[in-house]
Structures are given as structure tokens and as C-alpha cells.
Design a protein around this ligand. Sequence first.
Ligand SMILES: [Zn+2]
Length: 256
Amino acid sequence: MAKIIRDIFIGDFGISQHFGRNSKDYAKFGMKGHNGVDFKCPRDTILIAGTQGLIKKVGYDANGYGLFVQIWDNYQYLITIYAHLLKVDVSEGQWILAGHKIGTSNNTGNSTGAHLHFGAGDTNDKGERLNKNNGYHGWFDPLNKSRLKWLVGAPSTVEQAVRKANPGEVTQTVDVEIKTATIEPPKVVNEEATITVAPEPAAIVNEMRPAPPTPPIEGPFTIKDIMREQTHSYNFAAIYEILKKLLKKIFPKLSQ
Ligand SMILES: [Zn+2]
């Protein structure tokens, strides 16, 4: 089943190099061809996370990716890479949501002009890329619809929404605060198997037993109210109320 990917940058830019092309240029990297897809993002285009997940790596490879970010989607076991960046706004080990700004584009590393190199690969449950002998070091064609389903065009951030509402205009008059959220890391991503300790049987019984009914604070006073079993003390207010009612019944005229 195809994995889901959302917007990866703000704007609408075409493709300058498809997956698998220019085999001669990529032979030196031990690959059959281009291991991702290049988008014609101009310098300083805002890049956003296409999936939620962990910032698996922020690195710099002068002969290849230049400044790059890898995001691991721990739900879909999908790793994505954004390369040749100008700057990075996230750090390794950070957990982010889709739509989180990760940096801006440029042409750092092995690149002849500003663009975004985007790659995608399947991983195991630890975020390690699979199929590394597929001729592309485990990367697959991000535009192969059977591998990735792109949900794009839906505004992922407030800024994107504002820009779409004001095409061709940078948000000068509208002061927008982009709120980003971080998520908690999942608890069960670990090298060792986690052992969950079952609660004591007594604890379960206590949990399942309904709470004892709480006595009403106010209401019709009864003998039960007077003789409180728990404290064995008398409720004098209740006794007074009952005696008053009794006296009214016996001596209706007197009480008036
Ligand atoms: Zn590329």
C-alpha cells in the first residue's frame, strides 16, 4: 500500500530531474541513476515536513547532498531526505508534525543550481533504510504512485494558507505567527524488547470495584441520616428538623 506524503515546500515548482536519470553522473556514488526527484525550488524556499516523525539526521556532505535533513516517519516506516539546503531549523532527535518548517532550499553540495532534492525510502522499525542494494541505496522513486500517495495543495501551515490567499504577495501586512508543535517520542522504540509488568490482581479488583456511593449533602432527613453508621455520631441538624416537623403536625396552631 502506498505511503502518505504531504506538502514538502511552500510554493508550486516543477521538476528538474526525475528519479533514475543521468546514470553516468551517479555511477561515482555506486548508483544506477538519480536517487530522488529534484524540484525547481528557488533559493530560500520554505521547506516543510511531508510527514510527522523524528529528525533522524541533519548533516553536511560537501560532495553530495550538501546540507540535508532526514525525517523518519515511525508510523509508516518511511524515511525522507531534503538535500542541498540553505539552512535547517530543526535538530537531530526532535519530533515534529507534518507541516513543520524544517529549513530553506539552496544549492549546497553537489549541485549546479538552486533546487530541492527529495528522496524517500522504506525502513525497518528502527528507522534504518531497507533494500540498500536496489541500485539507489534503498531510495525509491517518490513519484511512483504505488509507493507514495501525495496529498498536496491542502494548506499545511498558516503561512501557506495566507500565501495562497494572497498570490504573488509576501505577507507584509498580515503578521502571522506560525505555531509549530512537537510531539512526544513513542515509548516503545527501543533496541531491547520492553517488558510490561501486569498490575497486581488486587489492584485490578480495586479498580473494577465501583466507588462507594457518596451520601447526599442535602435532602429529606431520615433516620438513616440521623444514625450515621460510619461515625456513630448524631446529626443534630436532622434531629432538629424532624422534631420541628413533628411539633408542627401535633400543634399546628401553636406553631403559627
Ligand atoms: Zn537530486
